[in-house]
Design a protein. Structure first.
Length: 277
């Protein structure tokens, strides 16, 4: 128990240090690079922040493993084992960051025996620190947060994203699913695209949105948010129901299982290559 408290305190501390780098760079001119396509952006800040986080955690916990967004792009294997593993998105919402939209975050999760024990998501621009420890609830700036408990799609605000994939078949499927959410027998109040999967999940956890669905994200986008939503009383699952597999690159979280199942009924399956293949 004491060791888990230490992990959480360390995680919060390194997230704040990482957040300072992001905040200092937020209004500056940025060197922008691309990864899989012209809409999949990365900046020097992403890379610098990941190096800071991993070097800090590795110095304190030298036997732990790491999965990071930028190191995975550079060819590091994305394999999850039973070893304590930190899953890191150094700057979730890079496109927002590039365009100076203040919805960006550092996202860090710790899995032990493949079970998430610690989660921290820090929006350094708005200074909102979301935290969770398994079995101890979810918090924003040390105040307890809970989901909305909404059960009906026609009373819900749903969050989703178009994603960075520009394959026409995937784009058409994503748009079709959004259409289903707002046009089927019980249409939702609306859909919001906020630009950060990690913070989208935090919105569900705090009751600011009732559900979030996305395909094409990566394990580092959702590992921390998964625990935060569940500790806030929400449900997290695969987009077709069943247990969430963070390597499958898709997620559905909602305030209630009933709401999640209604979203499943009006959307279709979208498959993407796994993170661990």
């Amino acid at each position: 128990m004491e060791q888990l408290s230490d992990y959480l305190e360390t995680c919060i501390d390194v997230a704040r240090k990482a957040g300072k780098i992001i905040k200092d760079a937020f209004v500056s001119d940025k060197t922008i690079m691309t990864k899989s396509c012209s809409a999949d952006l990365v900046t020097q800040t992403d890379q610098d922040v990941e190096k800071l986080i991993i070097s800090t955690l590795r110095a304190k916990y030298p036997t732990h493993c790491f999965i990071g967004e930028e190191s995975s792009v550079d060819g590091e294997p994305c394999k999850l084992t039973d070893n304590p593993t930190w899953i890191i998105d150094p700057l979730d919402g890079t496109t927002n960051f590039v365009h100076r939209i203040p919805f960006v975050a550092v996202s860090i999760a710790l899995k032990i025996n493949k079970k998430t024990e610690i989660a921290v998501i820090y929006n350094c621009i708005l200074d909102e620190m979301f935290t969770a420890r398994l079995g101890h609830g979810a918090y924003c700036n040390e105040k307890s947060i809970t989901v909305s408990n909404q059960t009906d799609l026609d009373r819900a605000l749903v969050i989703s994203e178009y994603g960075s994939c520009r394959d026409q078949e995937i784009i058409d499927a994503v748009i079709s699913n959004m259409h289903g959410i707002i046009s089927k027998p019980k249409p939702a109040h609306g859909i919001r695209c906020l630009g950060s999967a990690a913070l989208n999940m935090c919105q569900v956890a705090r009751g600011g949105g009732d559900a979030f669905i996305e395909t094409g994200i990566h394990c580092w986008d959702i590992a921390a948010g998964d625990l935060i939503v569940r500790e806030a009383g929400g449900t997290v699952m695969d987009t077709r129901g069943g247990e969430l597999d963070i390597m499958r690159r898709r997620v559905l979280c909602a305030s209630t299982a009933s709401l999640a199942n209604q979203i499943i009924e009006c959307t279709e399956e979208i498959n993407m290559p796994r993170d661990d293949e």
